[in-house]
Design a protein around this ligand. Structure first.
Ligand code: RFL
Ligand code: PHB
Length: 392
């Protein structure tokens, strides 16, 4: 058994774990990250693209924002289309704020680079992670690398290990309440080295289902279409994908869409999920380990970031003043904001998708709501306020 010691063990080297570790480093609070995959695997995951101001601020505070500001794109509005209508929601006008388009894999790359430069300790390929004694003042985490068992004694454990991680399951089942909604559809996403069809995102509710035109840069586009839960990416040739996308988006954009070979193609099922509480003794759950949103509205990574904000500030307070006041409020504060993001993601998903069992009544209500969003400045303000991110 190899024995180590640190202040905070962070389980999971995804964006939440990396950001927390780098922020703690700025305050000289030592941490060790345990990641079950390789760095290349984590960097290869194409996921989020839209960052709220709160996340941008945290990346700045972590000292990792140079490339994001140089290569990211500021978006101050989005297009929404349905039926024969297309309209723009102007974020800047309604909220005085905007969002940043910059890929999650680029943030992760920047954070890995920063952690490596500043001597951060990250253990890859860890197996059989086990979180122990978090109800005591002396918790520890055990794990195996290449057949050798390790033990880290620590003050706190941050469970940033995503939906399938071990941290959440460390909280006994009887002390944990889970809330879940599974949607009867998924998203088929592709990445292609083609120019974006528009300089801002286009969210479409069409008779054939939802579609989203997004992007990463001037020659890299990201598109999603609603698909059945039983579907498989291999069922979709690139030609079939482009045909279906063109059928769904407004004709003016379909006509000018530049297509090309896909360089990534995957299906994501849509779910809403929250576990309560997010703290168990000295274990704190952060990001997808505690909650999942459907991707409509781009709240997943951003909600992980607000958790990191609350946890980082609680740990900073503890190490700088000895007070656990904000650490003890972590679950309550984080969950207040999580539920608001859950509500927005659920609402925007329900508004923009065609469910297989949708009745004529449901369709009429959906259409009336889209019509209201198109014509009411107040409704657009509510949408914009949520999209750019509620305050921490
Ligand atoms: P992650 O990214 O899942 O990272 C968790 C890490 O933990 C590791 N791990 C373990 N490590 C050690 N021991 C174990 N036992 C472990 N078990 C797991 C994993 O290997 C992994 O490296 O969680 P994190 O850090 O909380 O970050 C959450 C975000 O990744 C997620 O919320 C977003 O990607 C969601 N999301 C979006 N969010 C946005 O804010 N804006 C978007 O535009 C957006 N678009 C998306 C999305 C997610 C998508 N998919 C595929 C789910 C688009 C898509 C298609
Ligand atoms: C993306 O660019 O991947 C993206 C953008 C907005 C969303 C979801 C995903 O709502």
């Amino acid at each position: 058994m190899i024995r180590l010691k640190t202040k905070v063990v962070i389980i999971g080297g995804g964006p939440a774990g990396l950001l927390l570790s780098q922020l703690l480093h700025t305050r000289d609070i030592e941490s060790i990250i345990l990641e079950q995959k390789t760095k290349a695997y984590v960097l290869g995951r194409i996921r989020a693209g839209i960052l709220e101001r709160g996340l941008v601020n945290l990346i700045e505070e972590a000292g990792c924002s140079n490339r994001m500001h140089a290569e990211g794109f500021v978006h101050n509005g989005t297009l929404v289309s349905y039926d024969k209508e297309i309209f723009r929601i102007n974020f800047s006008k309604h909220t005085n704020a905007d969002v940043m388009l910059y890929g999650q894999n680029e943030i992760t790359r920047d954070l890995y680079e920063a952690r490596e430069k500043t001597g951060g300790k990250i253990e890859f390929n860890v197996e059989n992670v086990s979180v122990q004694d978090v109800k005591s003042a002396t918790p520890f985490v055990e794990y195996t690398i290449a057949g050798t068992r390790h033990r880290i004694n620590c003050d706190y454990v941050a469970g940033c290990d995503g939906f399938h991680g071990v941290s959440r399951r460390t909280i006994p089942r009887k002390n944990r309440r889970e809330y879940e909604k599974i949607y009867p559809f998924g998203w088929l996403g592709i990445l292609s080295e083609t120019p974006p069809v528009n300089h801002e995102l286009i969210y479409t509710n069409s008779a054939h289902g939802f579609a989203l035109c997004s992007m990463r840069n001037a020659n890299l586009s990201r598109f999603y279409i609603q698909c059945s839960l039983n579907d498989h990416p291999d069922n979709w040739t690139d030609a079939a994908f482009w045909r279906e996308l063109k059928r769904r988006i407004p004709k003016v954009y379909a006509d000018q869409l530049i297509t090309g070979p896909s360089i990534e193609k995957s299906i994501t099922p849509l779910r809403s999920f929250v576990t309560e509480p997010m703290q168990w003794g000295r274990l704190f759950l952060c990001g997808d380990a505690a909650h999942i949103v459907p991707p409509t509205g781009a709240k997943g990574l951003n909600t992980a970031a607000s958790d990191v904000h609350y946890l980082y500030n609680g740990l900073k307070e503890f190490y700088e003043t000895g007070s656990s006041k904000h650490l003890n409020l972590y679950s309550e504060k984080a969950l207040q904001r999580v539920w608001k993001s859950e509500r927005f993601s659920w609402w925007f998903t329900s508004l923009m998708h065609r469910a297989p069992n949708q009745s004529h009544f449901d369709l009429k209500i959906q259409n009336a709501e889209l019509e209201f969003l198109r014509s009411s400045s107040a409704a657009q303000q509510v949408m914009a306020e949520n999209y750019v991110g509620l305050p921490y």
